[in-house]
Design a protein around this ligand. Structure first.
Ligand code: FAD
Length: 448
């Protein structure tokens, strides 16, 4: 019997367990937390997530995409809230294209339920991986409910234990293991806009709401019960910062100045603000992801990114799909799979890390800038005119399976194109014209 051990039954670990089990592996999965179906979901991170095409492909392969879509809310674009409370809708892609707001806990539970139905997966909750002996591939666990330690040996280990992975910490002690971690000077705090009467949505449920304020922003995504989970992204220090939002008066005045329309719908703002922790934003990179073709890091354990492109989980699910394809291509030869995966995948995960950081500036600042909005309009028009030759960057990342590294390169090339287009005389008033098309065609032919 082929055997595999998975550390961490989060989003990526539980999906990966299903892929392995479907290929006939006997999978043992160890999760530090208690069974979230009994204990409730303690995420410590965003309550809802944006799921898009790459993530859906993973769920399709597991056979639960339709089940998840049925309890997800499509968001067709961004709704920008300006200081005066005016709204402007910016579609994400072509008509009908959407990203989906899903409950993190609900999705994790659906994956665990599916995993548990498969006879060759066993899930062990309350088991925290404490260390790995890399020489012997022996894993040390603590059974937290009974405070009992135990060890086990495994020839094939997948570490999906998240951004602060214990397995990666063990690998970091090895010579020539590269690791970098970059914290942003920003943190985030989750707040809530509760449902209105009879569970009505107080904002458009089919949009991702953004209150861009230059160096900070508020964001909101709908939940099925009519509420919206809001996330405030703010620097730790400085004029507008968490450091300066300590008292009720400071918080109330800050929201009244910058997010008055949202504040009017947040009756528990002060309690939530004081109670909810400030989350950290970090980008983590490491290499190699595999060790002696026996241990492999996947998902956030290998590549944690900031959340501004809504791609962390999507990228983790894409990891599973790519590895699944490689299992076919390399006939389940793990030496070959891990070597190839370590060689080819990091360029893409580094690229989405960079794109996610760039998108923070776009969301908090540029979405309110007329020049940026004009660029978006022209990009959508070019997409319509030349669908085979031009796809806007957001669509490449979100609505296609284009490798992230290719999308990043294309995005940088598009920056050059729009620099030229936006510098054309009178472009604000006349942009659907032959000159724009000619600049586009020259750019395209220079790109090769
Ligand atoms: P995790 O989800 O962190 O799961 C790791 C699991 O391992 C957990 O269950 C944990 O309990 C367990 N574990 C940890 N240590 C141990 C141990 N020592 N032993 C045993 N088990 C252990 N991504 C998107 O695609 N779209 C979004 O909209 C989005 N929004 C986000 C918003 C915020 C604020 C943040 C912070 C992230 C967001 N992400 C989003 C990113 C997404 O949350 C992660 O990429 C995703 O959760 C990674 O899944 P994972 O399974 O690799 O890790």
């Amino acid at each position: 019997m082929k055997k595999a051990t998975i550390i961490g039954a989060g989003l990526v670990g539980s999906l990966w367990s299903i892929f392995l089990a479907k290929r006939g592996y006997n999978v043992s999965m160890y999760e530090r937390r208690s069974d979230m179906r009994k204990a409730g979901y303690i995420g410590g991170r965003s309550i809802n997530l944006a799921l898009s095409l790459r993530g859906f492909r993973g769920l399709e392969r597991a056979g639960i995409a339709d089940e998840i879509k049925a309890v997800a809310l499509p968001m067709y674009g961004r709704m920008i809230h300006d200081l005066a409370g005016n709204l402007a809708f910016q579609p994400y892609g072509k008509e009908g294209e959407a990203i989906y707001s899903v409950s993190r806990g609900g999705l994790n539970i659906a994956l665990i339920n599916l995993a548990e139905k498969l006879p060759n997966i066993n899930i062990n909750f309350d088991c925290s991986c404490e260390d790995v002996n890399l020489q012997t591939a022996e894993l040390s666990f603590l059974q937290t409910a009974e405070n009992k330690a135990f060890n086990l040996q495994s020839d094939l280990v997948f570490a999906t234990d998240g951004a602060f992975s214990a397995v990666r910490t063990a690998l970091q002690k090895r010579p020539r293991f590269n690791f970098s971690q970059q914290y942003e000077n920003y943190g985030y705090k989750e707040l809530v806009i509760p449902a209105g009467e009879n569970n009505t949505f107080l904002l458009d449920k089919h949009a991702l709401h953004i209150w861009p304020r230059g160096h900070f922003m508020l964001m909101a995504m709908a939940n099925l019960d009519g509420s919206f989970t809001c996330t405030l992204y703010l620097p730790y220090e400085g004029e507008h910062s968490f450091e300066n939002l300590k008292t009720d008066e400071q918080i109330t005045a800050f929201f009244a100045t910058y997010f008055a329309d949202a504040q009017a719908m947040m009756p528990t703002l002060l309690a939530d603000f004081h109670e909810n922790p400030i989350g950290v934003l970090t980008t983590m990179k490491c290499r190699p992801w595999s060790f002696q073709h026996k241990i492999m890091l996947l998902g956030d354990a290998a590549h944690a990114i900031v959340p501004f492109y809504g791609q962390g989980m999507n990228a983790g699910f894409e990891d599973c799909v790519l590895l699944d394809d490689m299992m076919t291509d390399f006939n389940e030869n793990w030496d070959a799979i891990m070597t190839e995966y370590d060689r080819t995948r990091p360029d893409d995960t580094d690229s989405i890390a960079e794109l996610a950081l760039r998108n923070f500036v776009e969301m908090r600042d540029k979405v309110g800038d007329p020049r940026f909005l004009l660029r978006q309009k022209i990009a959508a028009w070019l997409y319509q005119q030349f669908p085979a030759d031009f796809t806007p960057l957001y669509s490449l990342v979100t609505f296609s399976h284009t490798p992230y590294s290719v999308a990043l390169r294309e995005g940088k090339a598009q920056d050059v194109l729009f620099e030229q287009i936006l510098n054309l005389p009178n472009i604000e008033n006349d942009w659907q014209n032959e000159t724009v098309i000619s600049v586009f065609k020259t750019w395209q032919s220079n790109k090769g």
